[in-house]
Design a protein around this ligand. Sequence first.
Ligand SMILES: NC(=O)c1ccc[n+]([C@@H]2O[C@H](COP(=O)([O-])OP(=O)(O)OC[C@H]3O[C@@H](n4cnc5c(N)ncnc54)[C@H](O)[C@@H]3O)[C@@H](O)[C@H]2O)c1
Length: 322
Amino acid sequence: MTRVAVAGLGYWGPNLVRNFDDLADLAWLVDLDPELRERFAARYPNAQVTDDLDVVLADDSVDAVVVATPVPTHHALAKRVLEAGKHVLVEKPPAMHAAEMDELVSLAAERDCVLMPGHLLLYHPGVLKLKQLIDAGELGEVLCVYGNRQNLGIVRTNENALWSLGVHDLSVILYLLDEDPEVAVAQGRDFLTPGVEDVVFCYLRFPSGKIAHMHLSWLDPHKMRKMTVVGREKMVVFDDMELERKVTIYEKSPWKRAETYGEWQTRSGDISIPKISTAEPLRLECTYFLELVAGQHDRGKVARDGARVVRALEMLTNSLHA
Ligand SMILES: NC(=O)c1ccc[n+]([C@@H]2O[C@H](COP(=O)([O-])OP(=O)(O)OC[C@H]3O[C@@H](n4cnc5c(N)ncnc54)[C@H](O)[C@@H]3O)[C@@H](O)[C@H]2O)c1
């Protein structure tokens, strides 16, 4: 069994700990906070506990480290893990700058190690269905994609809506379209905490001519977790707030009938709801990581896809603060 360490036992880390305890050999738990170390030592008696990542990196029996610490620490911690020749799953985003991410990607390739960003939604069966529909040509040519990630709260003061919410949608949009944007601009306002944008609108344009948009906000009456893909032949909506109707396919499209002499009309056909697995996306993400470690799938691809997200995030951040 793969021996795994998890660094960062705050809000999100415990979800990763639970999954790796089920799926792998949970060897070490790392956090700077003594109370958390004590609590997790009691809960996972088979794992060793430390505040020092170097102790874990010096343990030759450890195969992989999962990093769930705050974003500004990701690059330095992931770099240390890779330099120690161990595989790493880093929470999103693994670096704050494209140059830092490129450094991690090169290091992972050099050491033949897995560098996997924790882009949870890429393992969501609903998002996989969108990808499958697009790649099979079911929607016809894809024209545009837009994401809505809005709610009233959680009001964050250390990360803006682009970084806290937008990384999820950005990873999905880039995964679906499989292109780097040539234009990525963002506009937003910091209504509650100076310097921390709580409402952000983003626009992306791709070399193929496709366009995308993201509305990110924690100042909104709607709780929305939605991604809409508009194709020339069909349109599809992934709504993560729905329990049983995660994905809805609309046979709606523009149509030029011969007898209308070139005028556009619209066509509305069936609306269908495919069955989507209710498997926990985080469980699927952790399983995928272990499979990568075991030599399955394309290691380079997950790292390069992660770098694409950081590049686009950097373009959006630069434009937001311009
Ligand atoms: N995929 C998702 O849906 C999702 C959801 C929430 C958070 N996250 C990500 O998880 C990461 C952690 O977020 P959080 O909300 O749990 O943060 P948090 O502040 O609640 O927890 C971070 C923990 O890391 C510990 N820590 C900090 N530096 C450390 C170091 N050098 N070594 C060991 N431990 C260290 C802190 O003591 C703290 O306990 C972030 O990258 C965040 O983006 C992902």
